[in-house]
Design a protein around this ligand. Structure first.
Ligand code: PRT
Ligand code: ZN
Length: 210
């Protein structure tokens, strides 16, 4: 039996469940439970916070997971990625107050930046030769400049309306993300075979959607 971890409730949940259903896998809806078993495929589904999914898969508590690449890479386990799933596309971007002068990334030298992604942002800035002060906060990053916590932010953007609504301007794309299927790297032969069957069905679903 394969154990697949998906987000319990959030932006990834519905698309993750729909993908599994479209693979022809049936299970009872269980929004308030922690796990469900499929009725016609050897699969158990665990419902977790998205941030916990990479660690559970790395440790083998779950065999597979569906999570945003942003969360996977921030957690430090990019090697767990098996394939992109094409939904929950977004980007991690740097933004500054609309009126702030900004010509290039060098303008962030010595600046304080609020983010929930210190690893990804830290790597990006190092690569660009920029030394900034990172403030790690877990939410409401967009309000940091207006309350004086930071001069810039780095956060997830999709339509851009949240940045706009907070008087911010997107200036650099740090990372592009989508939902990905991840797998533990030490699956036994039986589980590997089941993973292949599941991937085959997922790829067929994606082809049919196009
Ligand atoms: O409770 P749990 O920890 O499981 O969930 P969460 O609150 O940490 O995550 P959730 O459900 O908000 O997002 C899950 C994943 O969806 C993220 O890790 C991304 O991979 C992906 N995703 C796609 C997004 C967005 N689009 C998105 N727009 N995650 C967050 N946002 C937020 C963003 O942080 C900002 O506040 O939406 C706002 C911006 O949206 P726009 O459209 O105004 O630009
Ligand atoms: Zn989360």
């Amino acid at each position: 039996m394969l154990r697949l971890a998906i987000q319990k409730s959030g932006r990834l949940s519905e698309d993750s469940l729909n993908l599994i259903r479209e693979c022809g896998i049936s299970f009872l809806a269980a929004s308030n439970k922690l796990k469900t078993e499929a009725t016609n495929f050897p699969l158990e589904i665990l419902y977790l916070r998205d941030d916990d999914i990479p660690g559970y898969v790395q440790d083998g508590v779950a065999d597979l997971g569906i999570v945003g690449q942003n969360v996977l890479v921030e957690a430090g386990f990019p090697e767990l990625e098996v394939e992109g799933l094409g939904f929950s596309k977004c980007r991690l971007s740097l933004a500054v107050p609309r009126a702030a002068a900004y010509d290039s990334i060098q303008d962030l030298q010595g600046v304080s930046i609020a983010t929930s992604y210190p690893q990804i942002l830290g790597d990006y800035l190092r690569e660009k030769g920029v030394e900034a002060h990172l403030h790690t906060i877990s939410g409401s990053v967009e309000i940091a400049p207006s309350i004086g916590l930071a001069e810039a932010i780095c956060d997830i953007v999709s339509s851009g309306s949240t940045l706009l609504g907070n008087g911010l301007r997107e200036v650099e794309t740090v990372f592009r993300s989508e939902a990905v299927l991840i797998a533990n790297q030490n699956l036994n032969a039986e589980k590997k075979e089941l993973l292949e069957q599941l991937q085959f069905r997922m790829q067929a679903v994606r082809r049919a959607r196009r």
